[in-house]
Structures are given as structure tokens and as C-alpha cells.
Design a protein around this ligand. Structure first.
Ligand code: ADP
Length: 812
């Protein structure tokens, strides 16, 4: 609509101004010429402005168009010069050839057929073809119009006929282009160009008649014959679709014969017309020789263009060939499975990876149809895939492929259609990937997510349970220490103390197991780690009638390890043994031995289950290798354990055993560097003041009583803030502080006190149910003493001894 308004306004202003200037011939001529020149310039400016938005043959189309318009402009400026300055305007001057040839630009541009797509690879060849047709046009005009006029045998009449014939050709060309490109995005462009050329043809009939009878004047309505089509061209250039970013690939290519004929036509036509007309038309000698010369020159130029065309085509073929080889090599060597099927589903090509994955030969595959070979239940996928590709342009999904040996694997892939120039799907490309490992890993991740959630839960529960356990243990101890006569219940109290202690022990094990592992390694006794881990499964094994035979070395086996990781290895071995026994009779014995061997400390986990079958021995340490059912085994246990052993400079091996299975974990023995042990801080006379900070009343009171019995002057504080208020007056020598407290945490309190008196670190004890929460913190807390809940009187004493061996007054 805006185009229509602009076009009509332009014409209206032109008509009104022309009418107003009708009596001033000079001004009218100047204005008229300007009006025509501006309308042609709008076309050029529009194309130049949008030039970067087109590529390949589409850019070529508009460039040819613009060059044509520019050449025409030169011609018209020449004419205007003749009229305005030289004052003898003539249609038959040097500039006529420019006007005529330039006017041909839009017609020759059609050779680029922009509606067929960018066709970057063919642009050079199309360019040469356009040049050939330009040459032919130039030849025809020169032969029939220019040369006769130079020689003096021409007439304006002939020129007018030629112009009208050209306008008719242009009109037909645009209409044909509109019909051919009807289904493309270029329809509105061709339609606008066709309207412009039809109007141009009709208006030019009237204008030519006016020129013929001598009534034509520039600046009048006759000029609509130029202005109207030019404005339409400008609108078409403005609305033309931009070229797509990526060149579209089509499965079929235009006929090369047609292309060859198109290239050769101008070169064949030039001598045919040139020499033919010379033979049959009676002309003067000079005109004849001019024409012969022209024909000769044009033929040579045409041949040169044809040769160039061949060179360009060869280069193009070589490039295409190299690109094809590259693509073929990439398809063959990629790890993805690529299958190309025809529209009817039959196999066109399957790459090497696909053959390897499914195990079928090319001949066997050629007898199948998409989506075969698949597991039962996936056969009907073909219709669904085709429908979805037609609707969305792509299908994405996972199917189960069937191998030649009958086994199956999940395969995730995408299917896209390859289309010909008319948009019909000729092939389907299916790119797939075997996702067995990924799915396993996903399951494993889900599993570990669940485990970590359970871990958090256990950590929370353990922490909550430690406090009541602490009260039970402590109170019982106090009762036992009491000198009053409780002999009747003494046995029961002992029992309560032992069991509560055991429960506390289990809590600590659970906590250290579920806690996030850190890369830090610390010296530890392998026996201790083994016992702690075995305790986790002890009850479970007992319930299932599996005997756990622990044979730990008597002497300590120091190793430098990440405790959680080594626990994980031992637990994995234990779980595997349990499962192996389950697979067998369901009853059996698991033996765990620790020993020192050739400078290595060793844990051996053996079971009397069915053992590992010989042919599987080499594979059990591979990630994801499992013989267990889905949901029971992930195949990660041994591979992770093996990795942990290697990372510790050790090994994990399957030992030869007459029956069952024996796995051996060897770790380098750790010889602790002899450290100068810190001299215990001597107890000054005044060191009898202790401060206990604990938010749980029963535990605080318990600690106060414990310490009072050991001769301390004790104050209790419920919060860190309350403790800080006490410190300046009380000057405690010993501080026992809970870690997790509402408000100021134990760690914050420690830092606060440490700022005032760095020596406090030798007199500070953290009390916690979760020792890892302190281990996770940075180094400056590492040498602070820790009392793990639930603790016994003996535990407290051993911590106190660290400060002063004499501080403990046994059996006060
Ligand atoms: P998963 O236990 O999840 O299968 P693992 O990596 O721990 O993964 O074990 C891999 C395989 O090694 C098991 O599937 C099993 O076949 C074999 N295996 C491991 N431990 C034993 C054992 N104690 N007795 C027999 N086979 C075992």
C-alpha cells in the first residue's frame, strides 16, 4: 500500500509540476529529465542499500539489474545533454546504445533465476552466462540500429520498433518468471516486476507513437513510460526477500544440458544472425563491411566467454568433487551411526559405524526398510517418523536397535529429510548414537542423588541422636561413679553404658561414611577403617545368616589415605561378596583379613560364593561391566574402587582362589615422620577454671559435673554470647565448647577468643557429634582438640590429659 501511495504521489507531482511548467520549455526539460533520472536512481539506490542482504545468484540478479539501470542512466544523461546543452536532441546518437543496452539489464538479469535459491556454487557460471547474453544484446542493437545509423542508412522508425519489441520481450520474460516462481518467496517480487513491465510496454506504445508523430515533449505524461516501470522495479527491490544465511542443499541439480545450451546459445546466434543477415539483406558495401567486422568481433568475444564458462565450470566441478569426498570421508569416519534411506524407506547408505554397531552386512541391510533393524515393538516407527519430519522438519527420539546376534541397544537419533528443488522428500538422513553407557550413567547418577539425599538425612538424624545418647552415657557413668550403694542395678547400668556407647559408635561410622569426601589424606590405621566399615554391614549379615570372619592384624597398619574413599572400596567389596553369596546358596562366609606384606598393608575380602567365571576375570574392572540385572548392578563399583586404589599408589586385584572370590586391596605402608611432640602446657597453679558452652541443658550439666569431680572450678554458658560475657572476669584456662549452637557457633566463638589470645588454641576443646564438620574447615582449626559425642568419662580424660597429664584426678 505504501508503495502505491508513493508511486501515485510521484506521478502526481510529476504531472502537476510538468503542467505548471508547460510554457517554460527550458525549465520543463530540466525538470522532466530530472524526474526520469531520479526514478531510475531510486532503483539503483535501493539495490545498493540492500546489497549485503543478498548472496549468490540472488545478488547477481539485482546487480545485473542495477548495472542495467546505471548504463541506461548514462544513456539518458547523454540524451538530456543533447536536449539541454547541445540543443539538438536526437534518439540516434552515441548515448542510444547505452539506453538500449542498459534497458536490457532487467531482462538479462532473469538468467540468474533468483527464485531457485542462492546457489552460491553456480554463481560464477551464471555470471558468465549473463555476460554472454549482454554481449548478444549489444551485438543485436549495434548490428541493426547503431551501425546502420553510423553509416547513415538507419531511421528512428527502426529504433522505435526495436524498443517496442524489447519491451514486449521484457514483459513476457517477467510474466514467465512470475509463473515459474509462483510457489516461491519471490512471487510478490516477480509480480511487481511484471506489473511494471506490462505498464511500461503499454505506456511505451503511446509514447513511441508521440515520438513518431513529433508531439513528444519531455516533462509531460509521456514520460510515465519510463517512470512507472522504474518505480515498480524499485519497489520490487525493496520487498525482495533477503538470502538465507546458509545455502540450501537440494538433492537434485538442474540439468547440465540445459545449462550448456544456455551458455552456448549467444555464441551460436551471433555469427548466425550476423553472417545470415549479411547474405540475405541488400545493403551498401560500407554497411556490409561494418556488419562483418562487428559480427567477427562479437563472435570472438562470445567464444572467449564460452571458454571462460568452461574454465569456471571445471573449477566448480573440482570444488564440488573435493567437497563431496570430504563429506563422504567425514560420514564414514565419524563415530555416530549414519543411515541414509530413500523416500520409500529402503537403504541408500549406512556408514561403517552403523555396520559395526548392528553387525549386518551391506547386502543384508539393502533388503531391509526403515526403521529396521529394530527390537520388537519399534517396527511401526516409520510412519510416525515420516509424519513428524513432514510436520516439524525433524524427528528426535530413542529406539532400540537389534544386532545381528539378536541382542539390542538403545540408540538416540535425529531424522531429517533431504528434499529436491520442489520440496519433495527424496531421502531421510538418520544420525544415531548408542546411548547404553549414557543411560547407565544416568541411572547411576539418579542412584547417587538418592544416596546423597539419604546421607543428608542420616547425618541429621545422627546429629540429633548423639545428644540424648550423650546424656544417657554421661548420666550412667556418673551413677556408676557414685559411691552410693547401687550394686543391684550395677550390671544393668553397665549394660546401658555399653549399648549406648555402641549406638554412638554406629552413629559416628554412619556420619563419616555419608559425609562428602575431601581430597585430603590423613594417616589412619587400616585395621580401624576395616573394622569401622565392617560394622556397617555386621547386623545385616548376621540377619541373613552370613558369617563375617574378621581376621585383623594385631599390630596397627598405618596408611596415608582418604578415609572415606578407602571405606567405600571395602564396602564395595563387601557388598559384592554379599551379592555373590546371595546368588549362590544364600548362606556362606565372608572373610576380611588385614596383613602387612612386602612393605604394603593389605586388606583381603574373600567369600565362598560362586566366584568370578574365568572368561570374565579380565572385564570386571571395566566401567559399567556387570553381570547383574538392571537395578541391581551398575558395573561401577569395582572400576571406581580400582581408581581409588591406584590414586593411593596401591592396587586392587582379584586373587586366584580355589573357590569363591578373593579381592585384595594393597596400600603403601605409611611411616609417620617423627614429629617433635608438643610439650604439654604445664599446669599453672591457677589452671583450675573451666568454661563449658553447650546449648543442651542436660549435656552442659553433665560436663559441669564431670569437670567438678576432676577438681575444676566450672562455669556453664548456654550460648557463645553468654560465654564471651563471662570470659573477662572468669579467665578460664580450659574451654569446652559445642560446635553447633543457635546464634554464635562454637567456631565463631573460638575465632573470637583466638583473636584476643592466640594461646587459647592449646586450651580449647570442641565438642561435636559430627567431627567432619570441623575437618572440613581451614587449617588453623586442625590442631584444636575435639571431643566426639557421645563421649565417655574416659574420652574426656584422654582429652584433658593432652593439656596436662596431672589434670585428671582418677576416681575422684
Ligand atoms: P556391579 O556390582 O554393579 O555389577 P562391580 O564393578 O562392583 O559392579 O562388579 C562387576 C562384576 O564383577 C559383577 O557384576 C560381578 O559379575 C563381578 N563380581 C564382583 N565381585 C564379585 C564376587 N565377589 N564374586 C563374584 N563375582 C563378582
Amino acid at each position: 500500500m505504501r508503495y502505491l501511495i508513493f508511486g501515485l504521489s510521484y506521478l502526481l507531482v510529476y504531472s502537476v509540476a510538468g503542467w505548471a511548467l508547460r510554457d517554460h520549455s527550458m525549465a520543463l526539460s530540466l525538470f522532466g529529465n530530472l524526474g526520469v533520472i531520479v526514478s531510475a536512481s531510486i532503483v539503483i539506490v535501493t539495490i545498493v542499500r540492500r546489497r549485503r542482504q543478498w548472496a549468490g545468484s540472488q545478488r547477481l540478479f539485482w546487480f545485473t539489474f542495477a548495472i542495467g539501470m546505471a548504463v541506461w542512466l548514462v544513456g539518458h544523461v547523454g540524451w538530456a545533454y543533447g536536449e539541454l546543452i547541445a540543443r539538438h536532441p536526437s534518439w540516434l546518437e552515441w548515448h542510444t546504445i547505452f539506453s538500449l543496452c542498459g534497458g536490457l539489464g532487467p531482462f538479462i538479469a532473469l538468467v540468474a533465476a533468483p527464485h531457485k535459491g542462492v546457489r552460491q556454487d553456480q554463481t560464477a557460471a551464471i555470471g558468465v552466462n549473463i555476460a554472454s547474453y549482454g554481449l548478444l544484446a549489444g551485438f543485436l542493437y549495434s548490428y541493426f540500429v547503431l551501425v546502420p545509423n553510423i553509416v547513415g542508412e538507419g531511421s528512428e522508425q527502426a529504433l522505435l520498433v526495436v524498443v517496442q519489441v524489447y519491451r514486449a520481450l521484457l514483459m513476457m520474460g517477467m510474466i514467465v518468471a512470475l509463473i515459474v516462481g509462483w510457489n516461491s518467496a519471490w512471487r510478490p517480487v516477480y509480480a511487481t516486476l511484471a506489473i511494471g513491465s506490462v505498464l511500461g510496454f503499454c505506456l511505451r506504445l503511446i509514447t513511441s507513437h508521440a515520438i513518431d508523430i513529433g508531439t513528444y515533449r519531455i516533462g509531460t505524461l509521456y514520460d510515465f513510460a519510463w517512470i512507472t516501470p522504474f518505480l515498480c522495479y524499485a519497489f520490487a527491490a525493496d520487498m525482495a526477500p533477503s538470502s538465507p544465511e546458509a545455502d540450501e542443499y537440494v538433492t537434485d541439480r538442474p540439468s547440465t544440458t540445459l545449462f550448456a545450451v544456455m551458455s552456448a546459445t549467444p555464441v551460436l546466434i551471433i555469427p548466425l544472425i550476423g553472417y545470415g543477415a549479411y547474405q540475405f539483406q541488400q545493403t551498401s558495401e560500407s554497411l556490409g563491411s561494418f556488419r562483418l567486422l562487428l559480427t567477427g568481433l562479437a563472435t570472438v568475444a562470445g567464444l572467449a566467454l564460452l571458454t571462460l564458462r568452461l574454465v569456471v565450470q571445471r573449477g566448480e566441478l573440482r570444488r564440488t568433487d573435493a567437497q563431496l569426498r570430504l563429506l563422504a570421508a567425514a560420514t564414514e569416519h565419524t563415530g555416530d551411526l549414519i543411515v541414509i534411506t530413500r523416500a520409500d524407506g529402503s537403504f541408500e547408505h549406512a556408514n561403517e559405524a552403523f555396520h559395526r554397531a548392528v553387525g549386518y552386512s551391506r547386502r543384508e541391510l539393502s533388503l531391509m526398510r526403515f526403521p529396521q533393524p529394530v527390537a520388537a515393538g519399534y517396527e511401526l516407527l516409520a510412519d510416525m517418523v515420516t509424519a513428524e519430519v513432514a510436520a516439524k522438519g525433524l524427528w528426535r527420539g530413542t529406539l532400540h536397535r537389534r544386532r545381528h546376534d539378536g541382542s539390542t541397544f538403545p540408540s538416540a537419533g535425529t531424522v531429517v529429510a533431504l528434499k529436491d528443488r520442489y520440496g519433495t522428500a527424496t531421502h531421510y538422513v538418520n544420525v544415531e548414537r548408542d546411548v547404553t553407557d549414557e543411560l547407565r550413567l544416568r541411572d547411576q547418577l539418579v542412584h547417587s542423588e538418592r544416596l546423597s539425599a539419604i546421607g543428608e538425612l542420616v547425618a541429621g538424624v545422627a546429629h540429633e541422636l548423639n545428644n540424648p545418647l550423650q546424656t544417657i552415657v554421661g548420666s550412667v557413668e556418673l551413677m556408676l561413679d557414685d559411691r552410693s550403694d547401687i550394686t543391684v542395678s550395677r550390671h544393668d547400668l553397665e549394660l546401658v553404658r555399653r549399648e549406648a556407647g555402641r549406638a554412638g559408635h554406629i552413629m559416628r561410622n554412619l556420619l563419616s561414611f555419608v559425609r562428602r569426601t575431601t581430597p585430603d589424606r590423613a594417616a589412619a590405621d587400616l585395621n580401624h577403617i576395616v573394622r569401622q566399615t565392617a560394622e556397617l554391614r555386621e547386623y545385616h549379615l548376621y540377619q541373613r545368616d552370613v558369617v563375617l570372619d574378621m581376621r585383623c592384624a594385631v599390630e596397627p597398619l598405618p596408611v596415608l589415605v582418604n578415609r572415606e574413599e578407602i571405606q567405600q572400596v571395602i564396602l564395595n567389596l563387601l557388598l559384592n561378596s554379599e551379592q555373590a553369596i546371595d546368588e549362590g546358596t544364600g548362606r556362606g562366609t565372608i572373610t576380611i583379613r588385614t596383613l602387612s606384606l612386602d612393605g604394603q598393608h593389605v586388606v583381603e575380602v574373600s567369600d565362598d560364593g560362586p566366584g568370578v567365571r574365568p572368561h570374565l576375570r579380565g572385564r570386571i574392572f571395566e566401567p559399567f561391566f556387570t553381570t547383574k540385572d538392571i537395578g541391581e548392578g551398575t558395573g561401577l563399583g569395582l572400576s571406581i574402587s580400582h581408581g581409588i586404589a591406584l590414586a593411593h599408589g596401591g592396587t586392587l586385584t582379584l586373587r586366584d582362589a580355589p573357590s569363591g572370590a578373593t579381592f585384595r586391596l594393597s596400600l603403601p605402608a605409611h611411616t609417620p615422620a617423627t614429629r617433635t611432640t608438643r610439650e604439654p602446657t604445664p599446669r599453672p597453679e591457677s589452671m583450675r577454671r573451666a568454661l563449658v558452652i553447650e546449648d543442651e541443658d542436660p549435656i552442659r550439666q553433665l560436663l559441669v559435673r564431670f569437670l567438678e569431680r576432676r577438681g575444676f572450678d566450672v562455669r556453664g554458658a548456654e550460648t557463645g554470647e553468654a560465654a564471651l560475657a563471662l570470659v573477662p572476669d572468669f579467665h578460664p584456662e580450659l574451654v569446652l565448647c559445642d560446635v553447633r549452637m543457635p546464634g554464635m557457633s562454637g567456631i565463631d566463638l573460638y575465632r573470637n577468643l583466638h583473636l584476643r589470645d592466640p594461646e587459647i588454641r592449646h586450651r580449647f576443646v570442641f565438642i561435636t557429634g559430627d567431627t567432619n564438620s570441623i575437618e572440613d574447615l581451614e587449617g588453623n582449626l586442625s590442631d584444636v582438640a575435639v571431643l566426639a559425642k557421645p563421649f565417655t568419662a574416659a574420652d574426656l580424660d584422654s582429652v584433658l590429659k593432652r593439656f596436662d597429664p596431672d589434670a585428671v584426678v582418677a576416681d575422684v
